[in-house]
Design a protein around this ligand. Structure first.
Ligand code: OVM
Length: 409
């Protein structure tokens, strides 16, 4: 059947003609329990207008996935938060990875692909394993522990900064820094303002420790400054890239590991299945990332008028992408609420997709692998002691406490 241009035009809808919701996805209730909202957004259509913020949102997998892959139309250069970084004050200097498009992105991403390549990350494995084994020994002997305060946080705060080449003292600034940065992608709400109260001290420490003089040899940070020495980057660009690792690499993996324990506690048969099929360790973590979506949302900005389905989106329009909702879209993932380490997770957007897809994912996967392996040897079953307590953040679905009891093998 042919459609004439005229028929097409009559079927096209503008943003004021699509379903509009007067809800705040960044309020406490929706951040605490986002799934009902995500279902509502998916059901409402391929694009929904969020009147509070004046932005359209996508929550279905097909549209989110397509937008992430189309950087020419859905740009990151105006920032991936609600604020348009081209105007007004910015809360921190732009990232040379996250908040740029090609050709700038091409240059920095190529360097970071090398810095965190599979062989480079592989060289960290022994150190990661040592820490995972040490923590697992201690915690399983204890029998009861907090999967966040005693496991995910200390593990990540030890192995990742070590791998970057960061000093030991002052690391308590890393999670607050990430909390501010990930809050800053949402609206300037109370949550953002509360988390940035200590911004000056924290920012000073982060900036100071992103410098060459503060970075020890042999790690990811030193590899970035080697790229500076090779003439591929300016010194200050090198510092900005080190900072990206310190912003993106902590809260995300802490949540990923915390969500892993939650998943295996809620779905004990999956832990047993993993014990019997240890080759599934990496697919299991990929399924955790789909199931939990540590990074729940990001924005893009249109570079031109475009169409999403039959909806016309104007140029220079911020668009909200619900990664977490896309990862629970039943059109793509059968019974998406079930944590199933044997499912096909291909195409999930928990690490994003397209040119900006998580550059540190090899590190995150190695962290998960060594922690899962250390626990598989020692733990038969995880039991949740009470409901986990969340740490609400505008972007990351973060946990603060998760008390568990483990049954030793
Ligand atoms: C960056 C950055 C910061 C936060 C998140 C992120 C998930 C990247 O500075 O490049 O990616």
């Amino acid at each position: 059947m042919n459609t004439t241009a005229e028929e097409h035009a009559t079927r096209a809808r503008t943003l004021d003609q699509i379903p509009s919701l007067d809800i705040d996805p960044f309020d406490d209730a929706n951040l605490t329990d986002p799934q009902p909202l995500h279902a509502q957004l998916r059901d409402a259509g391929s694009m929904v207008f969020l009147s509070r913020y004046g932005v359209p949102a996508m929550a279905r997998h097909a549209e989110v996935h397509a937008a992430l892959r189309d950087w020419q139309t859905f740009s990151s250069a105006a920032g991936v938060g609600l604020d348009d970084l081209r105007y007004g004050e910015r809360w921190r200097p732009s990232s040379l990875l996250l908040e740029v498009d090609p050709p700038v992105h091409e240059k920095t991403r190529t360097i970071m692909n090398g810095v965190m390549s599979l062989p480079a990350v592989g060289r960290m494995k022994a150190a990661f394993e040592t820490e995972a084994e040490r923590l697992a020994d201690e915690l399983v002997a204890r029998g009861e522990f907090d999967a966040l305060k005693d496991l995910a946080e200390p593990f990540v705060l030890k192995v990742f900064p070590d791998a970057v080449g960061l000093r030991e003292d002052g690391r308590e600034h890393l999670l607050p820094w990430g909390d501010m940065a990930f809050n800053s992608f949402g609206p300037r709400n109370d949550r953002f303002h509360r988390s940035t109260r200590t911004a000056d001290t924290v920012r000073a420490w982060i900036f100071e420790n992103s410098r060459r003089e503060a970075i020890s040899p042999g790690g990811f940070g030193a590899a970035i400054f080697a790229a500076v020495d090779a003439g591929r980057l300016d010194e200050d660009e090198g510092e900005v890239l080190v900072r990206s690792m310190l912003t993106a690499g902590l809260d995300t993996t802490v949540t990923g590991l915390g969500a892993s324990i939650l998943a295996f506690a809620r779905f004990p048969d999956q832990w047993q299945h993993l014990f019997e099929n240890p080759q599934l360790v990496r697919p299991a973590f990929d399924e955790v990332v789909r199931w939990a979506s540590p990074v729940q949302t990001f924005f893009r900005t249109t570079t031109r008028e475009t169409k999403v389905g039959d909806v016309v989106v104007p140029k220079d329009q911020k668009v909200l992408l619900f990664l977490a909702a896309a990862n629970w879209d039943e059109r793509v993932f059968h019974e998406p609420h079930l944590f199933d380490i044997t499912r096909r997770t291909l195409g999930h957007v928990g690490f994003g997709n397209g040119i900006h897809k998580c550059v540190g994912q090899m590190v995150a996967k190695l962290e998960a692998e060594v922690v899962f392996n250390a626990l598989l040897k020692r733990v038969k079953r995880f039991e949740l002691l009470g409901e986990p307590r969340m740490h609400l953040n505008n972007t990351v679905r973060a946990y603060r406490h998760m008390h568990v009891r483990v049954e030793a093998r």
